[in-house]
Design a protein around this ligand. Structure first.
Ligand code: HEC
Length: 174
């Protein structure tokens, strides 16, 4: 019992640290939109798999959606809205035929992730801070640099289309 209590308080502390890293200090958000986030969330590349998607041309990419622990827990429990501290990432890559793999098949069969595309995107849940945009802060990074406010202003209006699903398009792929 004691071990359980310690573990969960440790988890809470770790989450608090993770959220503190993820959320910019007040004033850092910049621009005139409360939903603008300018820091790449720490450790996102180690997050767990939610699902995968493919966009046809002109984007012509393959993309993976990852969640931090809080987001994955909520996804698996079917908890909506997502709790504060949830962060969802979207990484896009060129959709590329693999010449190597296709040698084995003898035809154009295999497509793999090519170059990382610009537009590394995140949604961060903080009901109070991002109240104006459904409780989500939106972030995009192009070659590591935060996108301008003009780009970030486009996020919420489109995600609003799935307001009934807490503004999140991607469903958990079992
Ligand atoms: C025109 C509509 C549209 C706009 C604008 C848009 N998104 Fe999305 N977004 C989607 C769709 C559709 C998905 C589902 C998967 C896919 O096809 O990429 C998605 C998926 C996501 C995801 C994964 C979680 C989810 O909702 O599925 C994140 C994170 C995300 N977008 C962030 C952003 C950010 C940040 C911006 C602004 C810079 C943005 N999006 C702008 C339509 C949009």
């Amino acid at each position: 019992m004691r071990a359980v209590a310690l573990t969960s308080s440790f988890a809470a502390a770790a989450l608090a640290i993770a959220v503190a890293r993820v959320l910019p200090a007040s004033g850092e958000a910049g621009g005139d939109s409360a939903s603008v986030v300018k820091m790449i969330p720490h450790g996102y590349r180690d997050w767990r798999f939610v699902s995968i998607a493919r966009e046809e041309a002109p984007l012509d990419d393959i993309r993976v959606i990852l969640g931090n622990d809080a987001a994955i827990r909520a996804y698996r429990a079917g908890q909506r809205p997502f709790p504060d501290g949830s962060v969802i990432a979207r990484l896009a890559y060129g959709y590329q035929p693999s010449d190597d793999n296709n040698k084995v098949f003898g035809r154009r069969q295999s497509f793999v992730a090519g170059h990382p595309k610009n537009g590394l995107q995140f949604m961060l849940k903080d009901k109070k801070r991002y109240a104006a945009t459904g409780g989500w802060g939106y972030a995009q990074f192009d070659e590591g640099k935060p996108a301008g406010d003009a780009v970030l202003k486009t996020c919420f209006p489109c995600h609003q289309g799935v307001g009934s699903r807490d503004f999140v398009f991607t469903r958990y792929a079992p």
